[in-house]
Design a protein around this ligand. Sequence first.
Ligand SMILES: [Zn+2]
Length: 114
Amino acid sequence: MHELGVVFHVVDEVKQLAQQNEVKHINSVTLQIGTVTGIIPDYLTECWNWAVSKQELMLDCKLKIEKIEAITHCDGCGRDYNTIVYGKKCPYCQSEDTYLLQGNEFMIKEMEVI
Ligand SMILES: [Zn+2]
């Protein structure tokens, strides 16, 4: 399961940060996730709740998710459009000379600690 791997990765990273900063407990973690990463927020939250129950440092730590909309830029006509709706082909000029501007992000934005 893709989401579980993602959760382990985030938990590891958060724990490392906590140790470096001598944090006693982590209350919440905010992630920014692009809509074309293929990550399903509901699954992610499920995996998260299970994973943090095994971590003393992160017991009851909440997961907050901020979605980043996927936007593609067209080199053909210079416009931007919604990637989820139109995919690789520009809806304005039908060009496929396009690239993803945003929406593939996966970042730890912030964590709330004691
Ligand atoms: Zn175009």
